[in-house]
Structures are given as structure tokens and as C-alpha cells.
Design a protein around this ligand. Structure first.
Ligand SMILES: C[S@@+](CC[C@H](N)C(=O)[O-])C[C@H]1O[C@@H](n2cnc3c(N)ncnc32)[C@H](O)[C@@H]1O
Length: 294
């Protein structure tokens, strides 16, 4: 009996899940476990069964259908940050289930980490202009929340994003704080910074790059870190318990990386071992390569 057969014969049948408009909390772990066991040749069949929710009405269906043309757009990230739940009764429980995924919690955690790092930079740096560059800036929610918590700060932000819809959204969201923010609608591969930075931050971007591009961009942007400054790059850990559900239901594929791989990339970029560290958010699902410049 295949895992898919098991799914149809065990007490919580998928048809029943749809009849009651999605899973309840006590069924979450069980469904995740079943999805983890689906083999490659069962994926399409499983997706066909899940078709009623694989549309932009649910967060997971939004990922699957990619209305913006790619995975990890600013809008889905903002839905995760805001713990958005559809008001449509057919989708509400599925969105609640989505926010229970450890990977979704890790994404919220990484925003909290970014705000903490920005707050520390603000508190520990007395200079008038403390420069921050954010690569793949998306909804710019961490900067919005940082500004809201620290209205009298002296951080100056450059924000780079390839998607002009992300930039339009971020500008509208941060409309009260735009005096310290410059937006650049350009690919990070092509962007040429005009100054150096106390902090270069990037989360949710390098996981989409192949190893050689990761190293290339790390090396390129490390040149723009001020002496005493640092660059921090987020990447999903190889240990991601939500990987299968993201791939199978969200059609969301990332380059997961281990702490050792991230350290190796930094060494390949020519950064000295003493200046390399890997930190993590509380779940350890998002790792962050942190490189300092002496
Ligand atoms: C997953 S989102 C992360 C957003 C934000 N860093 C965060 O953590 O909330 C990735 C963002 O990177 C942008 N992006 C993807 N590839 C890019 C590239 N090559 N150059 C610049 N931006 C890119 C996307 O448009 C998207 O807004």
C-alpha cells in the first residue's frame, strides 16, 4: 500500500478534510507526517487531490500558483509576517495550518532578529549617519517596525529589490519614514553601491542563488562593508522540517544550506576565518552567515 493509499484509508481522509473546510489543530502533525512520506511519483496525484486549495485564495496555493511569477514575492512574505488568514471559510483553516509550519514561524523569527540587529546598531553607534543596505528588501516590514519602535533613529537605508511592485508596496508601507530611505529597483547582481555600509543585511534572497552566485555576491558586497561593519546573509538550514510541504504543496524550492557550507562560502569569498560566524533564529531553521570587517 502506497503512502497515498494510506492517506485515503486512514481516519482523516482528505475528502473529509475538505468537507470540514480544512484541518483542525490536532490533525496538523499527522498531515505533515503523511506529506513527508509522499514519494516523488505520488506528488502530482496528491496535488490533484489538493487542487481545491491550490489557488491564490490560500497562502500555500498562492505559493503554488505564483501570481507574481516567482516564489517568495513581497506579498506572500507580508502575509506570513502579518499571520494573514483568509476570511473565506473554505480557506481559513488551511491558512491557520500554514502559520503552524515551523518554516513560517522561522520567517517571522527572522524579521524579529532583523529588528533586534537594527536596534542594536542604532543604540551602539553614535555617528549621525549609520548606513544600512538591504538586499532583496521585499515588503520592508522589518524597517517599518524598527522605525515605529525607534522614531528618533539615525539609520540611513538603501533598499534593493528587483520587483518594482515590491518597491511600490514598501514605499507605501513606509510612507512616514521615507526621508531616511532610498529605493533601488535593480538586480543585486548588477547593483553598484555608491557608498560603504555599517550593516549589509539580506534575508530570503541568497537561498534562491546557486553556490557560485552566493560566493560571488558575498565577495562583491563585502567590499562595501565599512571597517568595523558587518554583513549578514540569511539562508534556510538543511534541517527544515517544513521542506517537503513547501516543495510538494507550495512548489517552493530553496537551496537549503548547512552551517558548514555557509562558513565555506565565506572562506571562498576570501574572508578571514576569525571574521566569520553563523547565527540562527530560535528554531534554527533560518541560519545567518555573519561576516565582519576589521
Ligand atoms: C523572500 S523575499 C524577502 C524579502 C525581505 N528580505 C524579507 O526578509 O522580508 C525576496 C525578495 O527579493 C527580491 N529579489 C529576488 N531576486 C532578486 C535579485 N536578483 N535582485 C534583487 N532583488 C531580488 C524579490 O523581488 C523579493 O522581494
Amino acid at each position: 500500500m502506497s503512502n497515498l493509499d494510506v492517506l485515503f484509508t486512514i481516519p482523516i481522509k482528505l475528502a473529509e478534510l475538505f468537507e470540514k473546510n480544512g484541518p483542525d489543530h490536532h490533525e496538523y502533525d499527522f498531515i505533515l507526517k503523511i506529506i513527508d512520506q509522499i514519494s516523488a511519483d505520488e506528488i502530482e496525484e496528491f496535488r490533484a487531490v489538493m487542487q481545491p486549495i491550490l489557488n491564490p485564495g490560500t497562502i500555500i496555493g498562492f505559493s503554488f500558483t505564483k501570481p507574481f511569477g516567482y516564489n517568495g514575492d513581497f506579498f506572500i512574505i507580508e502575509k506570513i509576517y502579518q499571520r494573514y488568514v483568509s476570511p473565506d471559510v473554505r480557506y481559513k483553516k488551511w491558512d491557520e495550518f500554514f502559520h503552524h509550519f515551523p518554516a513560517a514561524i522561522a520567517v517571522v523569527n527572522r524579521k524579529k532578529l532583523a529588528i533586534e540587529i537594527l536596534s542594536n546598531l542604532h543604540q551602539n553607534n553614535n555617528s549621525n549617519n549609520t548606513d544600512v543596505l538591504i538586499l532583496g528588501s521585499g515588503p520592508v516590514t522589518e524597517v517599518y517596525e524598527f522605525h515605529t519602535e525607534n522614531p528618533h533613529n539615525h539609520l540611513v537605508f538603501d533598499l534593493v529589490d528587483l520587483d518594482k511592485r515590491a518597491i511600490a508596496y514598501a514605499k507605501a508601507k513606509n510612507k512616514n519614514f521615507l526621508s531616511g530611505m532610498s529605493f533601488h529597483n535593480v538586480n543585486v547582481i548588477r547593483h553598484v553601491p555608491e557608498k560603504s555600509y555599517d550593516l549589509i543585511w539580506s534575508a530570503g534572497l541568497f537561498d534562491y542563488f546557486r553556490d557560485k552566485h552566493f560566493v560571488y555576491l558575498l565577495k562583491k558586497y563585502y567590499e562595501y562593508v565599512k571597517p568595523g561593519g558587518e554583513m549578514i546573509i540569511g539562508n534556510f538550514n538543511v534541517e527544515n522540517p517544513s521542506r517537503r510541504i513547501m516543495e510538494i504543496l507550495g512548489d517552493w524550492f530553496l537551496n537549503h544550506r548547512s552551517e558548514d557550507e555557509l562558513m565555506r562560502f565565506a572562506l571562498q569569498a576570501g574572508i578571514s576565518k576569525d571574521d566569520i560566524e553563523v547565527i540562527r533564529e530560535p528554531l534554527g531553521i533560518n541560519l545567518f552567515l555573519k561576516v565582519r570587517k576589521q
